[in-house]
Design a protein around this ligand. Sequence first.
Ligand code: SF4
Length: 319
Amino acid sequence: MPEAHRVIPNNQKLSFIAASRRPASRRPAPATPPRAPRARAFLKIQTGCDHLCTFCITRIARGKAQSRPPRDIIKDAQNLHHTNAAREIILTGVDIASYNHNRIQLGALARLILNAIPSLSRLRLSSLDPAAIDPALLRLIAEEPRLQPHLHLSIQAGDSIILKRMRRRHDRQDIIRLAEKLRSIRPDIALTADLIAGFPTETETMFQRTRDIIKECRLAAAHVFPFSPHPETIAARMPQLPKTLIHERARILREDSATARLRHLKSLDRQSLPCLMETPRSGKTPCHALVETERDQAVGGIPTLRLSRDGDRLIGREA
Ligand code: SF4
């Protein structure tokens, strides 16, 4: 993983934490230069999933949902920020929207992390199930600028019958209402989504509804997956669409996604935004758009850049 800056095997994690707590030696410490700021670090907060989407093998492969204790997560976050100098922490897991440890849900956890680390510039969430976004998370999105204004939603389809056959916990109207709500509380938010093309029984009309959801929710982009049945799933036993049709629909959705991305880039044109530099010549806006620079910037720095669109690229110049 290119963003990972240190990988600690599970069986060495405790000794790593213990080592970091050992009292300082009386001998003068060797002069070690401070670590250069890192751009981003991933922090796993849970694993597994309690749902049974008919296309998904994760439940079978990863087992039931397990949420890590907030205290351990905060310690890891402090370590990533203070020791490894991460400017942005991304909370990850199989189903982070269902995070729940002794009734502490994702919104409360994110607030605890931000309160515990006032100097952390950015906290970001990985993919979210739209059915499980808790009220505390909505409040945090509205109130806390350090929670980055980008959500990647596991929407999968825009047609309610297909969503039911997928055994998702939201329908079309739920997604539209959620997108409206998110925009009303955080106008600069960018929404992206996973979409599946050619799910079993998907008619042309149903497919069009999935195309429409990109516009109706004003998505900034979609990750499109052509449906591919896994033999152990329920969806594999449903009436399948021809492969050529599945791939043609995926192609169309990807084109729609490219159009949506362009629309999003146009909305960023001429804005001045803080960009977290991940390489000397590229960084990310708060809403996770890629920005290229013409001059080298410090990796891990967050300069405010004035953005201009060049085709499907964003160029950032020092504001
Ligand atoms: S798609 Fe997501 S929510 Fe559904 S079973 Fe798989 S991991 Fe769980």
